[in-house]
Ligand binder design. Structure first.
Ligand code: COA
Length: 398
């Protein structure tokens, strides 16, 4: 009995979303000039031409980056890949990541409509830092959260970090009646910044693909409408899977010069394509929801254009299905775990604009990262206030 009283009645739902980027916007077609000039690498003419071709293949039109030419000029050690620069890079993210995370969080809390002190749990993820106390601790002060807020900090989860944080938030919200969980993901790529080198293709991908940003989501079950809470998406189920024999496909680690490691750029889209349908079937079959892939709305982590193309091809999706993922990739680049929160925000804006008419009720979030790990989250669109979903109409009629 008391166990039941401790738990929420309904499923966790997304109650609000906020996003933020640094002010410095870099158009992709200007980036090769900036990058080769800032790294004093103009003499590598052939490599620059190759970089331009790679930049065009990634599906990115512009990105926001904390590291400007001025910042790089102030840190000549960032341009020497053999020089120790980790401390300086960590110093930059220690100050800047909490600020960006707080900006996204304030927007989410403002949309949610309740005081920040009503947040009971905080789940924070970043790959941009290695501090204790961490971003979670800084956010308590920056946002005016209660000192008793229950914090969970997830470091170095790669690109699946955002979906993993939402999965943890779902469990917290459903197992603690009245819990309101603030999920925050923030990334700055200054730890990844490196000078181009002949024979190091990974550096070209890192510099051409990844962007900076922060996303925040308030998650809670049993929304209190009298407090102005408005559920956007129910988080119906959440799962995580490791793709067999793929542990070397994405591997990163901190080094004296920032991040080291490797992404098997050509192998990653193929591995995802070979395994995504199994992950989706495992997610939908237990729910008894007959999933016709084109009947869903889609939030696929836009790792790169090639990854989205592979998902499209394997699942035979209609072109509009991955439009939100493609738009976020194009406008912001791959922001690691932050990206799925931007896509969630884009999806809800598209749904609000289009209205309830014809909008799919069921959807899915799929995120990928080191492991290779696949996070799969089944979502259900919540009707705008005053309307009901087709399933609810059937129930009311019965
Ligand atoms: C890397 C990627 C852009 C290549 O796309 P593609 O359609 O296969 O393009 P191409 O084969 O034309 O390759 C583009 C260039 O990169 C080069 N290239 C691609 N993979 C390479 C590798 N592993 N090593 C060296 N060069 C490579 C190609 O030789 C080509 O160079 P060129 O223009 O001088 O001929 C694409 O596979 C990709 O986006 N991969 C996923 C990236 C990723 O892992 N994202 C993060 C996951 S969360």
């Amino acid at each position: 009995m008391w166990r039941r009283q401790q738990r929420a009645d309904g499923p966790a739902a997304v109650l609000a979303i906020g996003t933020a980027t640094p002010a410095n916007c870099v158009p992709q077609d200007e980036f090769p000039d900036f990058y080769f000039r800032a790294t004093k690498s103009e003499h590598l003419v052939g490599l620059k031409e190759k970089f331009k071709r790679v930049c065009q293949k990634l599906g990115v039109q512009k990105r926001y980056l904390h590291h400007t030419e001025e910042l790089l000029d102030a840190h000549p050690e960032f341009l020497d890949n053999a020089s120790p620069s980790l401390d300086a890079r960590l110093g930059i993210v220690k100050a800047a990541v909490p600020e960006l995370a707080a900006e996204a969080s304030r927007k989410a809390i403002a949309e949610w409509g309740r005081p920040a002190a009503d947040i009971t749990h905080l789940v924070v993820t970043t790959n941009s830092g290695a501090h204790i106390p961490g971003v979670d601790f800084q956010l308590v002060q920056l946002l005016g959260l209660r000192p008793t807020v229950r914090r969970t900090m997830l470091y170095l989860n790669g690109c699946f970090a955002g979906a993993a944080a939402l999965r943890v938030a779902k469990d917290l919200a459903e197992n603690n009646r009245g819990a309101r969980v603030l999920v925050v993901c923030a990334e700055l790529t200054v730890l990844l910044f490196a000078r181009p080198e002949e024979g190091c293709f990974q550096t070209l991908i890192n510099q051409g693909l990844f962007g900076d940003g922060a996303g925040a989501v308030v998650v809670g079950a049993d929304p209190v409408t009298t407090c102005g809470e408005r559920p956007l998406f129910e988080v119906v189920s959440a799962a995580q899977t490791i793709i067999p024999e793929s542990e070397d496909a994405i591997a990163m680690h901190l080094t004296k010069g920032g991040y080291g490691g490797n992404i098997s750029a050509r192998q990653v889209p193929v591995l995802i394509g070979d395994n995504i349908e199994r992950c989706l079937l495992d997610a939908f079959e237990p729910l008894g929801v007959g999933a016709e892939w084109n009947d869903l709305f889609w939030n696929v982590h836009p790792g790169s254009s090639a990854i989205l193309d592979q998902v499209d091809a394997v699942l035979q999706l209609k072109p509009e299905k991955l439009a939100a993922s493609r738009r976020v990739l194009s406008e912001y680049g791959n922001m690691f775990g932050v990206t799925v929160i931007f896509v969630l925000d884009e999806l809800r804006r598209r749904m609000e604009k289009r209205g309830e008419e014809g909008a799919p009720e069921w959807g899915v979030m799929v995120a990928f990262g080191p492991g290779l790990t696949v996070e799969t989250m089944v979502l259900r669109r919540c009707p705008a206030q005053g309307t009901s979903t087709p399933d609810e109409e059937k129930l009311t009629a019965a």
